[in-house]
Design a protein around this ligand. Structure first.
Ligand code: SGN
Ligand code: CA
Length: 562
C-alpha cells in the first residue's frame, strides 16, 4: 500500500511544482546543481582552509568564485548516515539510516526524486554506500559498498555490473564528464552528483603521485600525543589511535614479509587488507607499487630497530599523511578537469557547485585517524559553494550550517517547495547575502554505531558557536562540556567546573528543546540500539566480535545495576 501512495504524492507534488516553476521562473533560469562529495576529506586538507598540509588549487577555485563555510558540520559523523541525511533532509533517527550497518530505507523521499519529478535530469557517479540502488536518478554508476581504488567494479543503471581498468578518481571523473558532454539533454537543467571514494581508507594514491608523496614530510598536529586525560572515558576507549590501531601492512604498506622479519605483530586485519588491496592491482601497477613502497620499506627496515614508541608514532603519522594526501592530489586534479569543462562550455554562471565531504576526519589530532566523534575535525566538514549568478565571489560564512540543509537549499534554488517534514533550513539567505534572515544558533548531533569498529561510544549533543554539550549515554552515563573559544583544541571537559553552572543549565535546556524540535527521543533511539545489539551479539557487525559485544552489554548492565 505504501509505495502507490508515495508515488501519488510525488506525482501531485511534481504537478504543483512544475506549475509554480512556469509562473514564477522561466524553466531555463532554474540552476544546474553539481554536488561534489569526497569520502572522509578533512578540511585541514584543503588549502582554502589550511595550507600547511597540501595545496589544492582546483578545490580552492570554488572559494575564490563563491563561499567558504568555516562552521559546516554533519548530524552524524559517518558515511552512509551522512549521505542519507543529505538526500532526505532528515536526521538519522527519522530517515532510519543511523549507522553503516543496515541498508538505506528506499521508501524515504529524497531530493533527487523530487527534482527528477520536476523535470531535472539527474545522475550519480561514484560512492553511495547504501547497500542498495538509489531512486530518482536517470543515470547512475556506483561503487559497490566502499568500492576499490584500482580497477574498480561499478553497479550501473543500464549495463549491469562492470569493471573499469584504472584509478577510481580518474574513472569517476571520466564518467561524469561523459555524461555532461554526451548523455544529458542540454536543454534541460540537471542535478549531478559526483561522489568520490577518495580519500577513504586504505589510501591508495594514483601511480603518478606515488614517488612525490612518499618522499614528503608534513607538520605534526599539536595534539598528536594526546593522552585523553581531561575528558570523559570514550575518548580514551576509542580504537582509532595512529600508533595503536593503524595497521602496518594494511595502512602503511609495510611488506608482510618485513613485518615477520622484524617481529612486528599484526594490528587488526593488517596483512589481509594488504593482500586484498594488492590483489586488485594489475602487473604494471604492482610493479610501480613495489618499486616505490620498496624504498619506503627499506628505510623502515633500517630505522625500526632503534625506534622508540614516540618515533613509531611519528613515522606512522608521516606515512598516513603521505598516502592520505596523495589520494587527495588526484581529487584536486580531477576537480580541475571538471571546472575547466564547465568553464569551456559556458556552464559556470548558472550552476550551483558544492564541494563537501560526508564528514570531516582526524589527521593526527588527538593522535587519531577516522571520525565519528563530535570533536571538531570530524564533526565539521568542508563546504564550498559557488554560483556566480547569486553568490558573491570570495565570501565566507561562519554560520552553523549542516548536511541536513542541502535538500532544502537545492529545492529552493530550483523554485520547488520542500516537503514539510524535511528538517533542515535552506542556505539561500546566507548564499545570497541575506544573513539577517538566518536565525539558527545551535545544531543537534547524534552518533550511533557502537560497539563497532573504532569503538566510539554513542553520543548526542547540542553545538553552538561557543560550546558543545555532549551526552555519552551508552554503558557509563557521562556528560562533556567543551568550550570552543577558550579551548579550541578540545582537551578539557568543563562539565564539573563551578564557573560553568549557568552555561551548563542553559545548554541542558536547549539540548532538550532541540531533541523535541527534531523529534529525537529515547524510544526512537532505543529501537535502533536493540536491532543493532542483536546483530552485534550474533557477530554480524563489521570489525567487532561477539565476545566484545557481549562484554559491552555486561558492562552496561553492571553499571545500570550499581
Ligand atoms: C571501513 C574502515 C574504517 C572506517 C569505516 C567506515 N576500515 O570499515 O576505518 O571507519 O570503513 O568508513 S577498513 O579496514 O575496511 O579500511 S565510512 O566512510 O564508510 O563511514
Ligand atoms: Ca566517510
Amino acid at each position: 500500500m505504501k509505495k502507490p501512495i508515495i508515488f501519488f504524492v510525488l506525482m501531485l507534488m511534481s504537478g504543483i511544482f512544475s506549475c509554480q516553476n512556469i509562473s514564477n521562473q522561466p524553466e531555463s533560469k532554474q540552476p544546474n546543481i553539481i554536488f561534489i562529495m569526497s569520502d572522509d576529506h578533512a578540511y585541514q586538507a584543503i588549502s582554502a582552509y589550511d595550507n600547511r598540509l597540501i595545496h589544492t588549487p582546483n578545490i580552492d577555485r570554488l572559494a575564490e568564485m563563491g563561499m567558504l563555510f568555516t562552521n559546516a558540520s554533519v548530524t552524524n559523523s559517518i558515511c552512509a548516515p551522512s549521505r542519507a541525511t543529505i538526500l532526505t533532509g532528515k536526521h538519522s533517527h527519522l530517515n532510519g539510516k543511523v549507522d553503516n550497518h543496515f541498508q538505506f530505507d528506499t521508501t524515504n523521499i529524497t531530493f533527487p526524486q523530487i527534482l527528477q519529478e520536476a523535470g531535472y535530469q539527474t545522475a550519480l557517479f561514484g560512492k553511495l554506500h547504501f547497500g542498495n540502488n538509489p531512486k530518482g536518478f536517470d543515470q547512475f554508476k556506483i561503487l559497490p559498498g566502499q568500492g576499490a581504488y584500482y580497477n574498480p567494479e561499478f553497479i550501473t543503471k543500464y549495463e549491469g555490473n562492470i569493471v573499469v581498468d584504472g584509478y577510481v578518481t580518474d574513472i569517476v571523473t571520466d564518467m561524469t564528464l561523459d555524461w555532461l558532454d554526451k548523455e544529458r539533454d542540454k536543454e534541460q537543467p540537471f542535478m549531478l552528483m559526483y561522489w568520490h571514494k577518495a580519500p577513504h581508507r586504505s589510501w591508495l594514491m594514483a601511480e603518478r603521485h606515488l614517488e612525490e608523496f612518499t618522499s614528503r614530510t608534513f607538520p605534526e598536529p599539536e595534539t598528536l600525543f594526546d593522552d585523553y586525560s581531561g575528558r570523559t572515558s570514550p575518548a580514551g576507549e576509542a580504537e582509532m589511535n595512529i600508533l595503536h590501531h593503524m595497521s602496518w601492512a594494511g595502512d602503511h604498506k609495510v611488506f608482510p614479509e618485513l613485518m615477520d622479519e622484524l617481529g612486528i605483530a599484526e594490528i587488526g586485519f593488517d596483512k589481509a587488507r594488504y593482500a586484498y588491496e594488492y590483489s586488485r592491482l594489475n602487473e604494471s601497477q604492482k610493479e610501480n607499487f613495489l618499486k616505490v613502497y620498496g624504498k619506503v620499506n627499506e628505510d623502515f627496515a633500517n630505522a625500526y630497530p632503534n625506534m622508540s614508541e614516540e618515533d613509531k608514532m611519528r613515522w606512522k603519522y608521516q606515512r598516513y599523511m603521505q598516502d592520505y594526501l596523495g589520494t587527495i592530489q588526484a581529487v584536486d586534479e580531477n576537480m580541475g578537469r571538471l571546472l575547466d569543462y564547465l568553464e569551456a562550455n559556458d556552464l559556470m554562471e548558472n550552476t550551483i557547485i558544492v564541494y563537501t565531504s560526508d564528514q570531516g576526519f582526524y589527521l593526527g589530532e588527538h593522535g587519531w585517524y577516522d571520525k565519528r566523534f563530535i570533536y571538531d575535525e570530524s564533526f565539521k566538514t568542508p563546504l564550498l559553494i559557488s554560483w556566480p549568478n547569486r553568490i558573491k565571489a570570495g565570501s565566507r560564512s561562519d554560520e552553523l550550517v549542516q548536511n541536513l540543509d542541502f535538500a532544502q537549499t537545492f529545492l529552493e534554488a530550483a523554485g520547488i517547495e520542500a516537503p514539510s517534514d524535511m528538517q533542515g533550513e535552506s542556505l539561500m539567505p546566507i548564499l545570497t547575502g541575506n544573513e539577517d534572515q538566518w536565525t539558527r544558533d545551535a545544531v543537534y548531533y547524534h552518533y550511533y554505531e557502537y560497539p563497532a569498529e573504532h569503538m566510539v561510544n554513542r553520543h548526542y549533543a547540542i553545538v553552538t558557536k561557543d560550546y558543545k554539550l555532549v551526552h555519552y549515554y551508552y554503558v557509563e552515563d557521562q556528560w562533556e562540556l567543551l568550550d570552543r573559544k577558550k579551548d579550541p583544541l578540545e582537551l578539557k571537559n568543563f562539565y564539573g567546573d563551578p564557573e560553568y553552572v549557568e552555561i551548563k543549565a542553559d545548554l541542558h535546556k536547549r539540548l532538550e528543546e532541540l531533541r523535541v524540535k527534531y523529534k529525537d527521543n529515547t524510544a526512537i533511539s532505543q529501537r535502533y540500539i536493540d536491532e543493532f545489539m542483536d546483530d552485534a551479539l550474533d557477530g554480524k557487525i563489521f570489525g567487532i566480535s561477539k565476545e566484545k559485544a557481549n562484554e559491552i552489554i555486561q558492562r552496561r548492565e553492571s553499571v545500570m545495576r550499581d
